[in-house]
Design a protein around this ligand. Structure first.
Ligand code: AMP
Ligand code: MG
Length: 316
């Protein structure tokens, strides 16, 4: 006997989802597909369950978690929604947008979820499996990405197992995730100003135009405490060289557009496709025998900003 716990892998059908709901009710940890990456879910109202997330991931306890809810009505039990947050919820939820909002005093969630902050991060996911799970339980789900802290985020059930097998109770296998990058995080303040804490799949051009169109007073603030925005993250465990035009002799090359590689993010130079493939490419590069990784340049536009944000941290 190894003493290691068993992680059950279940197909994300009605039976699997019902089983996952029971597991969560009793304080278990379940990896669940969302439209961004696989999340590691636990009931957000239980201090013990939330503590297990931090332990399984080896996550520093100053790094708060995103709380996933069914919709705006449930979200309003946990946070105050300034006008602009209501507007964003109406236009972007369900979807890959997380809002950091003033936390309600009576939120009643495990304090570790918010790492003791006066704010809370909330998201309404669009993935049918995560939605079905949220509908099956009567508590919100705290869910960071389902990987060991600091490593590459998972976009398949196999990726989850590669770092958390034996450390969590269950994986719901719903196939590869569509967007492939973690949600955009915006902090929205009481005075309706906002700040992007993490670039993601949400189109920032849309956001800037939308915000101007709202004719809101005041400037966007330039600084907010964002405890989890660690410089080194998404690390494949080998040196990563960015903006490479060709591979060195000992490098696994990740191509993009006209720059070829051992794998490519998108041969046609499509940024949406590149985002969806980024973590699978990094996982493959981590597994390869090459001691180093090189990555082709990715344009800093649209979701390319979010891709470059993750690549810079993988290289840090
Ligand atoms: P992950 O779940 O691994 O995608 O990471 C969640 C991200 O949300 C981290 O970068 C956290 O720092 C961020 N986050 C969660 N709650 C808050 C909050 N209240 N204020 C600022 N950032 C937050
Ligand atoms: Mg993460």
């Amino acid at each position: 006997m190894s003493g290691k716990n068993v992680t059950e892998v279940r197909l994300a059908d009605a039976v699997g989802i019902a089983e996952a709901a029971r597991c969560l009710e009793s304080g278990g940890l379940v990896a669940v597909p969302t439209e961004t990456v696989y999340g590691l879910a636990a009931r957000a109202d239980s201090a013990e369950a939330v503590a297990r997330i931090y332990a399984a991931k080896g996550r520093p306890d100053f790094n708060p978690l995103i709380v996933h809810v069914r919709g705006l009505e449930q979200a309003e039990r946990y946070a105050h929604f300034p006008y602009y947050a209501h507007h964003l919820a109406a236009t972007q939820w369900p979807g890959p947008l997380t809002m950091v909002l003033p936390r309600r005093q009576d939120a009643g969630l495990a304090p570790a979820v918010t790492a003791g902050l006066a704010t809370i991060a909330l998201r309404v996911p669009a993935h049918p499996v995560m939605q079905a799970l949220l509908a099956a339980v009567d508590f919100p789900l705290a869910a960071p990405s389902a990987n060991r802290s600091g490593f590459i985020s998972p976009t398949t059930a196999q990726h989850v197992l590669s770092s958390l097998d034996g450390r969590i109770d269950m994986v719901l296998d719903g196939g590869a995730t569509a967007k492939g990058l973690e949600s955009t995080i915006l902090a929205v303040r009481e005075n309706d100003t906002w700040e992007e804490l993490r670039p993601g799949p949400l189109d920032s051009e849309w956001l800037n135009l939308d915000y101007k169109g709202q004719d809101r007073p005041g400037e966007r603030p330039s600084k907010i405490e964002a405890p989890g925005q660690l410089a080194s993250h998404y690390a494949p465990g080998k040196p990563v060289r960015l903006n490479a035009l060709e591979a060195g002799p000992d490098e696994f090359m990740i191509g993009f557009g006209a720059v070829p590689g051992d794998v490519t993010l998108s041969a046609g130079g499509n940024l949406t496709e590149a985002a969806s493939r980024l973590y699978a490419a990094l996982h493959e590069a981590a597994r390869a025998h090459h001691p180093r990784i090189a990555v082709a340049p990715v344009p800093e536009e649209g979701v390319g900003r979010a891709i470059n944000d993750r690549l810079r941290r993988a290289a840090a």
